[in-house]
Design a protein around this ligand. Structure first.
Ligand code: FE2
Length: 225
């Protein structure tokens, strides 16, 4: 079901295990000033979830913000055929022939620009993600850029430890390697995010950061300077 986090902010969380690692997955929904909904990283659109969304308002925009976050898009688009689809450029091609479909850029479209800011974050050649800042709830929405795993299962501890995200909010360790040649671009992206006055961080995986998110984000990228 949907859980209310703030006035115009809801999440739906599902378990997700990949190779025994408890990543979890999270869909985030933002109510826009005109009553429409912005749906970030939709996962399984169960009948309950669909009903709850319909109760909240018309689904205006469905957002595929990062790689592999298109796995349940077809289902969401089937349930909400009137919605706009906004996808990162690498996913856009798969849906390009669909009407009302747009590639995400570095600035918000008119559909949500009044309420949400965005940045096409640069973190190496293998990472493709647009990050969002919802002004009203002071929330930063991330996909895979940074997260923290807490599950006590052996594989989660082991892999989370190797990746540097076990009980620690951080980008995965490989991002340090992939951005060696473009630290300046990464730094610029980190600064763009830190310019937003967010307090809460909602990643698509792992734990939420309910407060002091800006400090957590700054600490996660301190190595960039
Ligand atoms: Fe992901």
């Amino acid at each position: 079901m949907l859980q209310k986090i703030d006035d115009t902010l809801w999440i739906a969380e599902d378990p997700l295990r990949i190779f025994g690692i408890a990543l979890g997955r999270r869909m985030t929904v933002i109510g826009l000033p005109d009553g429409g909904l912005f749906v970030h990283s939709p996962w399984e659109m169960t009948a309950d979830r669909k009903r709850r969304l319909l109760d909240l308002g018309p689904v205006r925009s469905i957002v595929a913000p990062g790689r592999f976050h298109d796995l349940y898009l077809d289902q969401a688009l089937l349930e909400f055929p009137q919605a706009e689809l906004h996808a990162i450029p690498s996913l856009f091609g798969r849906f390009a022939s669909r009407p009302n479909t747009f590639p995400l850029s570095d600035s918000p479209p008119s559909s949500w620009g009044e309420a949400i800011e965005q940045h096409a974050f640069i973190a190496g050649p293998f990472h493709s993600e647009t990050v969002f800042f919802h002004r009203k709830s002071r929330s930063l929405l991330l996909t895979d850029l940074c997260f923290r795993l807490e599950d006590r299962g052996g594989m989660t501890r082991l892999a989370g430890g190797v990746l540097g995200v076990y009980q620690k909010f951080s980008p995965t360790r490989d991002i340090r390697l992939w951005t060696l040649g473009e630290r300046r671009l990464l730094r610029d992206s980190v600064e763009r995010v830190l310019a937003w006055p967010f307090t809460r961080i909602i990643p698509a995986h792992g734990e939420r950061i309910p407060e002091n998110g800006r400090s957590a984000f700054e600490a996660a990228f301190r190595w960039v300077w």
